[in-house]
Design a protein around this ligand. Structure first.
Ligand SMILES: [Zn+2]
Length: 85
């Protein structure tokens, strides 16, 4: 099992990180409906946002990047559920 060295996500078989995508494909897009259904906690959502954010830092300030780092570090190397729209 390989871990993304940018965000700490478990990598796919082809060793690509699903969080290394543009905003319109961010894996956290489906979280809001999953949270509304009670299938995802806010903390789990923050991990997905943090992982994506660390791959997309160009629009973020230093404080935001620090937050993304904290969210991602809270689940470094752990598998998290990613919901599909
Ligand atoms: Zn990654």
């Amino acid at each position: 099992m390989k871990i993304c060295d940018v965000c700490g996500a478990v990598l796919d078989k082809d060793e690509t990180c699903i969080f290394n995508v543009p905003k319109e494909n961010a894996p956290s897009i489906a979280d809001y409906s999953a949270m509304a259904r009670g299938e995802m906690s806010h903390a789990e959502h923050q991990v997905l946002v943090g992982r994506w954010g660390l791959h997309n830092t160009e629009a973020l300030g230093q404080k935001a990047i620090q937050k993304m780092r904290e969210f991602a570090d809270s689940a470094w190397g752990k598998k998290v559920t990613v919901f599909k729209i």
